[in-house]
Design a protein around this ligand. Structure first.
Ligand code: C2O
Ligand code: CU
Ligand code: CU
Length: 483
């Protein structure tokens, strides 16, 4: 089977409506189905994909519907869906709908919220997405390898009213470690890497293949949905000659603002929606660069302007998105807890193989962590992908406001992700944050302390883990119970 590499959405020929504001609402033509869920079947199976682009060899990958990334799942806010996953892999899998506040039995954590889907079997995920925004889906079984071999796709949940932009684009960025033959390199779960930056790869794809350019038209406004689907690679994106404005993070709208230092910091599993006004010159090209790792900057793609004159002479007013129905926090009456992230190699900072530290004797705080653990939360290491019998570290009364003080004692970055809820970031390192932001994945720098709050309104056992997959499976994971 040959894969189809790109979301048709982003490859659609430019601007159906020359000059006019195109409302991205084609999918709204669907008749009103009352309460009948939208049904969709997705098959997980091996396939081949041309990750490095034409003229390069194909790679054996694991896919949803034969595609890398998997098919774009487009849903509407407040409308029920039934997404059936059929497993044609030769190992168990599950699907986690990352960031969507759904009922616990639909959360896709093997053992904890559902039995894993065996080869040849199917499972129907049924839920009604409460929030509009950019989300994604990926396995939560053997996650390190299944995500690393390509199982990931985006979920777009449409606002009830269309958003006025010329185009709605999605860039699902993914990081692969390919060997000289163009195949995915072996060695998932390397212990040294697990205690350092995790499996950072050598090839970054945009919607499934290395991108030389993305076509744009002068004057247009794009809603660009950025998704970091990498196992471990943190990204800091700079749009040369442009001023992207952040309008949502992890699906949750925010006060529109330009990113700090003009770099969009995107940890694994994070999503950022930007309003991008194409104010460059017709016919020119502008680079999009990721310069997160010192000395390892590379070009993600180029914005390639066509020759036509700008479609409008003045940029549009600020784009702001309607709020999602998040529960009200009661901070005065909140229950407060501290969770400390521990372990990993000392030193840190760099990328695996870049730093000079070697040898297990330098693993800070790793003493006493058994069974392949390299990390811990409050002295406890839950390893793997989730399984039955994981005892919650904290139990909350349903409806209670919770404040968590997350302390990163380690020398490494961690995108900390909570299932089933969205968290309001209250402060970082003792200072308030400049923009009020709800997130499901909070990127923590080495030694950072981040204070987050959420309403424990969704009953069940929920994972809280680092989304660097090697870190998660090596102990940087815990369970919170809402009873
Ligand atoms: Cu994308 Cu447990 O998460
Ligand atoms: Cu999640
Ligand atoms: Cu981590």
């Amino acid at each position: 089977m040959t894969t189809q590499s790109n979301y048709p959405l982003s490859r659609r020929t430019l601007l159906q409506a020359g000059g006019g504001l195109f409302l991205t609402m084609a999918w709204r033509q669907r008749p009103a189905w009352a309460a009948t869920p939208v049904e969709r079947r997705i098959v997980a199976s091996p396939a081949r994909a041309r990750l490095a682009g034409t003229g390069h060899p194909e790679t054996d990958v694991w896919t949803y519907d034969g595609m890398v990334p998997g098919p774009l799942v487009r849903l509407r806010q407040g409308e029920p869906v039934r997404l059936t996953i059929e497993n044609r892999l030769d190992q168990e899998t599950t699907v986690h709908w990352h960031g969507i506040r759904l009922p616990n039995p639909m959360d896709g954590v093997p053992g904890l919220t559902q039995p894993p889907i065996k080869p040849g079997e199917s499972f129907a995920y049924e839920f009604t997405p409460p929030d509009a925004g950019t989300f994604w889906y990926h396995p939560h079984a053997n996650s390190l390898e299944q995500l690393g071999r390509g199982l990931a796709g985006a979920v777009i949940i449409e606002e009830r009213e269309p958003i006025a932009v010329d185009r709605d684009l999605l860039w699902l960025l993914a990081d692969w470690r390919l060997n000289a033959q163009g195949e995915i390199a072996a060695g998932f779960g390397n212990r040294m890497e697990a205690a350092m930056s995790g499996r950072v790869g050598n090839t970054v794809t945009l919607n499934g293949s290395v991108s030389k350019e993305e076509p744009v038209r002068a004057g247009e406004r794009v809603r660009l949905r950025l998704v970091n689907g990498s196992l471990a690679r943190i990204m800091a994106l700079r749009f040369e000659g442009h001023r992207p404005v952040i309008v949502a993070v992890d699906g949750q709208p925010c006060e529109p603002h330009e990113p700090e230092g003009s770099r969009i910091l995107l940890g694994p599993a994070m999503r950022i929606d930007v309003a991008l006004d194409l104010q460059g010159e017709p016919g020119r090209r502008y680079r999009v660069v990721d310069d997160f790792y010192d000395g390892l900057a590379y070009r993600v793609t180029e914005l390639a302007y066509d020759e036509k004159p700008p479609i409008r002479s003045h940029p549009l007013d600020t784009l702001s998105l309607p709020r999602n129905p998040l529960p009200e926090l009661d901070l005065a009456d909140a229950e407060r807890h501290e969770l400390t992230l521990q372990g990993g190699m000392m030193g840190g900072g760099g990328m695996t193989g870049m730093g000079g530290m070697m040898g297990g004797s330098m693993m800070g705080g790793m003493m006493g962590m058994g069974g392949g653990a390299a990390w811990a939360i409050n002295g406890m290491s839950m390893t793997g992908d989730g399984h039955a019998g994981m005892e919650p570290v904290l139990t909350f009364q349903r409806g209670r406001s919770i404040v968590l003080n997350l302390r990163n004692e380690t020398a490494w970055w961690h995108p900390m992700h909570l299932h089933g809820h969205s968290m309001l970031v209250l402060g970082r390192n003792g200072a308030p944050v400049p923009y009020r932001q709800w997130q499901d994945t909070v990127l923590m720098a080495p030694k950072d302390t981040v204070k987050v709050a959420f309403v424990a309104d969704n009953p069940g056992d929920w994972m809280l883990h680092c989304h660097v997959m090697d870190h998660q499976v090596a102990g940087l994971m815990t369970v919170l119970r809402v009873a």
